[in-house]
Design a protein around this ligand. Sequence first.
Ligand code: PEP
Ligand code: MG
Length: 577
Amino acid sequence: MSFALHGLAISQGIAIGRAHLISHATLEVFHYLIPHRQIDAELARFDAAIAEIQNELAALKHTASEEGAPAELSAFVDLHALLLADPLLSVVPRDRIRERRCNAEWALVQQMEELVSQFEQIEDPYLRERKADVIQVVERVVKALLGRRGGMPHKRPSGDDVIVVAHDLSPADTLQFKGQRIAAFVTDLGGATSHTAIVARSLGIPAIVGMVRARELLRDDDILIVDGSRGVLLVDPDPVVIEEYRLRRTQLELERNQLKRLRAAPCKSLDGESVCLEANIETPGDAIVAHDAAADGIGLFRTEFLFMNRDTLPSEDEQFESYLSVINTMKGRPVTIRTLDVGADKTLRQIERSELNPALGLRAIRYCLAEPQLFLTQLRAILRAANHGWVRILLPMLAHTHEITQSLAMIARARDQLRKRGERVPDRVEVGGMVEIPAAVLALGPFLKHLDFLSIGTNDLIQYTLAIDRSDEAVSALYDPLHPAVLRLIAQAVQTARRAGVTVSLCGEMAGEPTFARLLLGIGLRRLSMHPRQLLEIKREVLHADIGALTPRVARLLRLDEPARIRSDLRRINALG
Ligand code: PEP
Ligand code: MG
């Protein structure tokens, strides 16, 4: 039966492929007693499922190493194979089948529940976390028992593309998809500017989040069309519809190729204003995409992604190598390295903390100042990298002037430590701050005395202005970049910075949204940092904009209080020739 589901479009493009369901939910299986005469057959069924998954994991490890998948992926496969080989999973459930006559699925899930409750008692956070691996491996075996296809996403033997369907994915899960061939993904949960969505965009594949009940309604191997531009998922569509979408996919590719011609064009508006377009990246590999899109620099390197999907913190040398690789890729263009913005939805395995309100807790600069050794290690790595190119340091989530002065003192300390080690360090590295909290906009004056530049992080600025959790799809309809309060805060930050002669840029997702480009130029921004795949589209908007003509219109729009009027005015501004 064909049907359509609607969610939040977070990454453009069209994908056609087969569903691969990723289950993180606790397993619900039928419970029944088997007759005595069937016990041997049930044991054989159980053994066959275990063997099937063992073979699947071995094959997966083989393909992963052949295809150069990330090292973490192999480690993850190894761990699952090890767990499965443990008698607690492969033998104890057999006793339950033989002695208590439980069906195989029930016996296995009972054993899993017992193990999970034991894991929960463990003090060591790393070992406690391993309960998730036990659940995942058991889910695989249960799928095999039920005759449903399991395994990691792979290109289907039929050659069909794989579309991952999950209840939720953390930014760390999403990061693991880099380097794997996945055509698109769809999740039940998530907001448009959640960090999961941001990493998804960096994969360059279509994606939809907030697709409530997708996992419940879809089955493995269903044929799907993901329209990532409109947030629509078509399930088991008619062959005529598939053909239509194939055509649209080809058209989109053509448009993308046309945009590539803008690479070499100088980024100047119709009336000759130069606009600097930089890129946001999460991993050193993303810098290649930024360089290919002719980014003027890296406006935001979200370094926290170097700390994810691993059990130990990256050393100073390892961080230095990552920063150096971005500097080398960018060949003389500036690289803005944001210090660790951990917390809220960006959790690290190494830091096990439970907070009541993670978005309002010990996040970003607050965390770094509370963990001076971790902060100093990162600062030393950045300062060493600054010997090799143009580096700027960016401090996230500032609310208080003392957070800046303390960070500057830490930078001075890191510099001293390096000098004592006999290392070369540049005398001066520009230090900027992220404007992400309304308090920072309203009391920006003192910040400007200490900072060389500002970067407005609208993803968080909107979250904190409107009191909307950016990763919660239940309130995503209220997450409104065009709310008059948000627009006025952006405009106020730009004006205050310009009056003080401090460079200001905007690096939230708004910067990469073509329909906001004229609005932001009219507000006075001349520096935008965005996902590199958006860069040429925004360049096209700049080339077609007459900034002189649209500035007074944007000033009038900023005085409006009615969201509907703001939207209709913006449509008119965007329709100007
Ligand atoms: C922002 O908040 O707008 C921003 C760019 O930072 P992040 O999305 O990493 O929180
Ligand atoms: Mg932010």
